[in-house]
Design a binder for this molecule. Structure first.
Ligand SMILES: [Fe+2]
Length: 254
């Protein structure tokens, strides 16, 4: 049985710990900062054995060395960013599998936010750790690669089983919802999700995890083929990639 604990780190990062009760292994998905991760480990009585890094940004790796020093944990992360990930022991690229107890995490390459970004998908646990590639109602900013690469990355995530639980690197859902409504104002599922998100945030609760099926119905960055969004943008006959690029550019200016 895979236990998953999600909590807040820094201002708006998520920390996520996964624990396999069979083997006793515990992994941190990224390591935004050591202290809150240690606090959750102590509260649960878990010992950190692994860190699964999605990309090199400081707010995902700042805790690596302190946690490695304390626990001697093993750090895996993207091959293409290995020189920028403190303490990395093993590099991973698309097609690799990170074995964690009974669960195999398939590595999917998602260049866009950073050039070497990877995400971790377990078909057995029906869970996706998407880092800063996919957010609820949003996607990562294109710092190191362009919209063509990000769109092909998101197409791979769109094709995962709809009952997959999505975990992300940041709590950005409320501001993402406001933008999403600007390009998809009549989407009833998006309107309902926005109301839910407002209530969750008002009571200080996280808006994640969320089912991928919900994102497929509401997240404009996964829906450039949607006729209503295309009508709003005046892009009825453009390619999905061009519509995606326009949505991303509008979000950058929003
Ligand atoms: Fe990032």
């Amino acid at each position: 049985m895979l236990a998953i604990e999600q909590f807040t780190c820094l201002s708006d990062n998520f920390g996520v710990l996964i624990h396999d009760s069979e083997t006793g292994r515990t992994a941190s998905v990224d390591a935004p900062e050591a202290d809150p991760i240690v606090a959750v480990l102590e509260a649960k009585g878990w010992t950190l054995t692994d860190i699964m890094t999605t990309h090199h940004h400081h707010d995902h790796t700042a805790g690596n060395l302190a946690l490695k020093k304390r626990f001697g944990c093993h750090i895996v992360g993207p091959q293409a960013e290995a020189d920028r990930i403190p303490g990395i022991d093993r590099t991973l690229a698309e097609g690799d599998v990170f074995d964690f107890g009974a669960y195999g995490f398939r590595v999917i390459g998602t260049p866009g936010h950073t050039a070497g970004h990877i995400v971790y998908h377990s078909p057995e646990a029906t869970v996706l750790f998407a880092g800063d590639t996919l957010f609820s109602l949003g996607c990562g900013r294109l710092f190191e690669r362009g919209p063509a690469e990000m769109w092909s990355a998101l197409r791979k995530l769109k094709a995962l089983p709809p009952d997959t639980q999505l975990y992300c690197g940041h709590e950005y859902t409320l501001s993402n919802a406001r933008f999403a409504l600007s390009v998809d104002p009549d989407n009833d599922a998006l309107i309902a999700r926005t109301a839910e998100v407002e209530l969750l945030r008002q009571s200080g609760r996280p808006t994640l995890p969320v089912l991928l099926s919900g994102e497929l119905a509401t997240n404009p960055f996964l829906r450039p083929d949607d006729p209503a969004i295309r009508r709003t943008l005046g892009m009825e006959s453009e390619t999905d990639e061009a519509v995606f690029a326009e949505i991303r550019a509008r979000k950058d200016r929003f």
